[in-house]
Design a binder for this molecule. Structure first.
Ligand code: ADP
Ligand code: MG
Ligand code: MG
Length: 913
């Protein structure tokens, strides 16, 4: 091998680019750090080979070649052909077999692999190099004629599908190769594939080739070299296949990453009962428990396990049946975890008792498992706390914050069956039996559960929209399980008790002697945490932060500097958020309190009043209601600051628009319906979001601001008297001029002092503003002279900076995101270069006038991890987000600190070099 390496090294220096990397025989040219170039699979095969782990020899063509291939209009630079030839010679030498040799043929697999794993999204071809002559050599090598012909049969089938394109052409068509196999079995009167004789397999090879010729117009290539290039083309081609493109879109994977191609010597798990193939995780990917978790099939080839066609056996069986190979595997498990300090997901094959590793990668896991593994690895001394915190994707925590089934309720409902708990969480929805229907009904606003015999990569769109996924076949490493976990969807697999009929769109199941039928559109509940499948809608309850999750969040809080508050309008939300770690309320929208019960009537009465008198009468009704709400919130947030915003939305949002509603209101508030209609016409605005709203209401109707300031302060004084530690912060929305700021501050200040005087209770309060009109950011230095705090309202700020109406942007923003006009929707992820510039400037100017100015953010962005990092960078004091996103924001804030430290230490290293 040394010869090949030096030759290659020379080549690399002459052409500048090295496109092929060898591995095997105890060493490798690549390593695990080269994922971008070699793909995850290629890089880790190289790494394992260097670690002395038994890996069949091979070589990897780089992802850069994929890009070149597309640039050259699906052609290659000529030097690649020599490099691939050299790669094949490298494998031949190590394996002692020759590619295309009828006596002692080398067979290879041609495997795809991107930087990050895209399970089942791209193609792989196994057993390549077989033809009518080399199959005889395989008979000789193995001494097993049936095995050799079965391998050949599989090869023609796989190559025919992946490379030559003989596939089902519609969703109802069965796989053409399976049709031929079924026909053959019917003719022979047999049921199982295992009953097919050598003669049958030979005949199948013939029929497969004929079908390919007939339907695709091509002869099956007998020349192994031609086969090899066909497969390499197909793997590069699969990067732009439908499935891969959809997967990339869902997972935001850039198109220009490309896939690598790994060509590797075949090893056979299907050489008899002392052979096997399997998939395993070094820890349980759904719970995180430190057990060797996996499944294998005796006498089978790799893809059989993942396809979920036969239900595999657990690792504990392997320990009993092939103890030697198992012990070796267990040692490799330890080795890999120590080496990668991460939970690994491995593929292995045992060929006649001899173990080979075919893949390792960081294993996908549920959020629950991610947290447990991170915490336990710290305790085991494998990683430190910073690493543990850095490893959890903030978005993934979302899974842990979703409701779970109520335990008591669950005990009472009818359990239909139990499958394998592949991905935890509670899902309730209507049953649909194919991806297309699931997508259509989800698009119509239904919650759906996708029920399949097993899933395949074609189902990806339906899986993405489903609340949960339920399959009849397959183990915890089946496609459904892996993808379900990746998406964070509740998933139950291998639920063999269900009798599914796609044709009739029902499943039936025996429950205590009765046959229960569940039709398309019926509601079921599935629990991915224990595998339960239940009829109807089972109630759910709030999650809690306990155990490992609490430990991790403790570390998060030690690291982060940015505060995290919540947006909450009710005592209940405030309480939930506090349990999730909120350190105050950053935004309490008073108008949300206007809708409950018969309050809306008083609100409408106020809006429709003809004069000040009428308005004040209505406001007097609202005052005690608002005060009571604030009392509840202040109590819930004892000791923490609460920012309350005065009335913000355009008034017409509160008014009825339908005739019967208008009549009903007229009756209730004793007014003439015609007068109300006139008033509605008056209130109508062409552009309400830029109209009479925010502090503009408080300017023209000061009595509204007065009532609200009074309600806030009376509540504060009342609870302070009870001993509650209360910190009200009154926030004026939509300020754009100094006139507004001065006026509203003066008004609130006056009322506050009055209330304090009336009640004789001294309460510390602050008055500040939202910065959401671009002009406010521009004059932030002036505004900060009056405002005691700023809260960036980035929803409106984005709307006004970009000039996009939030309510209408749905018409073009998705297009913009799809066509990369925007990398992300600016209403979801803060536009750092535009809106962010205003934010940065606003903070700087504001603090110039008031050094201690407290600054926060209260738009949707406050719960978006990338935006949280930005808020940390620009020196905000806190972010505020919805209660369920509080833990996510806390984690993102801690990761912002870690990223900052990493950057600083990289900088330090650079400057000492
Ligand atoms: P995927 O990325 O879809 O998992 P892989 O390239 O990993 O595709 O291959 C699919 C299956 O074929 C896996 O189970 C793998 O272990 C098996 N396989 C791939 N190459 C070989 C080989 N050289 N010998 C034996 N089995 C192989
Ligand atoms: Mg694989
Ligand atoms: Mg606003």
């Amino acid at each position: 091998m040394a010869e090949v390496l030096t030759a290659d090294a020379k080549k690399a220096t002459t052409t500048g680019k090295k496109y092929v990397y060898l591995f095997g025989g105890g060493s490798a040219e690549g390593n695990a750090k080269m994922k971008n170039l070699l793909g995850g699979k290629g890089a880790n095969l190289a790494e394992m080979a260097s670690l002395g782990i038994p890996v069949p020899a091979g070589f990897t063509i780089t992802t850069e070649m994929c890009t070149v291939y597309y640039k050259l209009d699906r052609k290659y630079p000529p030097e690649l052909f020599d490099d691939v030839d050299a790669g094949v010679r490298h494998i031949e030498k190590i394996m002692g077999k020759t590619f295309g040799d009828p006596e002692n043929p080398l067979l290879v697999s041609v495997r795809s692999g991107a930087r990050i794993s895209m399970p089942g999204m791209m193609d792989t071809v196994l057993n390549l190099g077989l033809n009518d002559r080399t199959v005889q050599g395989l008979v000789k090598q193995s001494g097993n004629e049936r095995f050799a012909w079965d391998s050949y049969r599989r090869f023609v089938q796989m190559y025919g599908d992946v490379v030559l394109g003989l596939k089902p052409e519609s969703k109802d068509e069965e796989d053409p190769f399976e049709v031929i196999i079924h026909a053959k079995k019917a003719e022979r009167g047999i049921k199982n594939d295992t009953e097919l004789t050598t003669a049958d397999l030979k005949d199948l090879v013939k029929r497969f080739k004929a079908a390919i010729k007939q339907r695709r117009g091509t002869d099956f290539p007998e020349d192994p070299k031609e086969q090899l290039w066909g497969a390499i083309n197909a793997v590069f081609g699969s990067w732009n296949g439908n499935r891969a493109v959809i997967y990339r879109r869902i997972n935001k994977i850039p198109e220009d990453w490309g896939t690598a191609v790994s060509v590797q010597a075949m090893v056979f798990g299907n050489m008899g009962n002392d052979s096997a193939t399997g998939v395993a995780f070094t820890r349980d990917p759904s719970t995180g428990e430190r057990v060797f978790y996996g499944e294998y099939l005796v006498n089978a080839q790799g893809e059989d396990v993942v396809a979920g066609i036969r239900t595999p056996e657990p690792m504990s069986e392997l320990a009993k049946k092939m103890p030697k190979a198992y012990d070796e595997l267990e040692a490799i498990r330890q080795n890999l975890e120590q080496h990668y300090t991460e939970m690994q997901d491995v593929e292995f094959t045992i060929e006649r008792q001899k173990l080979y590793m075919l893949q390792t990668r960081n294993g996908k896991r549920t959020a629950q498992a991610a947290v447990r593994i991170a915490v336990e690895m710290v305790k085991e001394g494998l990683i430190n706390k910073d690493t543990a915190v850095a490893r959890i994707a903030p978005e993934q925590l979302d899974q842990l914050l979703h409701p779970m089934f109520d335990f008591e309720a669950k005990r009472k409902v009818k359990k239909l069956a139990t499958g394998l708990n592949a991905s935890p969480g509670a899902a309730v929805g209507k049953v649909y039996f194919n991806a297309e229907d699931a997508e259509a009904h989800a698009a119509a606003g239904e919650k759906v559960i996708l029920v399949r015999l097993e899933t395949s990569p074609e189902d990806i769109g339906g899986m993405a929209v489903a609340e949960g996924i339920l399959t009849v076949r397959g183990g915890k490493t089946s496609h459904a399980a892996v993808v379900g976990r990746g998406m964070g969807k509740p998933c139950v697999v291998g639920c063999g008790a269900l009798n599914v009929s796609y044709a009739q769109r029902v499943f039936t199941v025996q429950v205590g002697g009765d046959a229960v039928t569940v039709k398309e559109g019926d509601v079921i509940s599935i629990d991915g945490s224990d595998g339960a499948v239940m009829l109807g809608r089972v109630p759910t309850k709030q999650p809690e932060i306990t155990g490992d999750f609490a430990t991790l969040m403790g570390w998060v809080d030690e690291i982060r500097r940015l505060g995290v508050r919540t947006n909450a309008d009710t005592p209940h939300d405030a309480k939930v958020a506090r349990e999730f770690g909120a350190e105050g309320i950053g935004l309490c929208r008073t108008e949300h309190m206007f809708f409950g019960g018969d309050r809306i009537d008083a609100v409408r009465e106020m809006i429709l009043a003809d004069d000040l008198d009428g308005r004040q009468k209505a406001l007097a009704k609202l005052l005690p209601m608002q005060r009571d709400d604030f009392v509840g919130i202040f109590r819930a947030m004892d000791g923490l600051p609460v920012t309350i915003r005065t009335l913000d939305p355009p008034l017409h949002e509160f008014l009825p628009h339908e005739d019967d509603q208008i009549n009903e209101l007229a009756y209730k508030i004793n007014r003439n319906p015609e007068r109300i209609k006139e008033k509605l016409v008056q209130l109508n605005e062409l552009n309400p979001m830029l109209g009479h709203r925010g502090c503009r209401l408080g300017m023209t109707y000061p009595e509204i601001s007065e009532m609200q300031a009074r309600a806030i302060m009376e509540a504060a004084c009342q609870v302070a008297k009870e001993g509650v530690d209360v910190h009200p912060e009154i926030m004026i929305p939509l300020v754009g001029t100094m006139g507004e700021m001065v006026n509203q501050k003066e008004l609130c200040d006056r009322v506050a002092k009055q209330v304090i005087k009336e009640t004789g209770v001294k309460v510390d309060y602050k008055i500040g503003t939202m910065i959401e009109v671009p002009r406010a950011a521009l004059i932030a230095d002036q505004i900060a002279k009056e405002a005691e705090f700023f809260s960036f309202g980035t929803n409106d700020l984005t709307q006004m900076t970009c000039g996009y109406s939030r309510d209408d942007a749905g018409k073009f923003l998705p297009y913009y995101v799809e066509h990369k006009v925007w990398a992300e929707d600016p209403f979801q992820t803060l536009d750092q270069e535009g809106v962010g510039k205003l934010v940065e400037m606003g903070i700087k100017l504001g603090r110039r006038s008031r050094r201690t100015l407290k600054v926060g953010i209260c738009g949707e962005h406050g719960g978006d991890p990338a935006s949280v990092e930005f808020c940390h960078k620009v020196g905000m004091n806190y972010v505020s987000c919805s209660p369920y996103r509080v833990p996510i924001a806390r984690l993102a804030a801690a990761q912002a600190v870690l990223a900052e430290r990493d950057a600083a230490s990289a900088e330090a290293k650079r400057s000492t070099m």
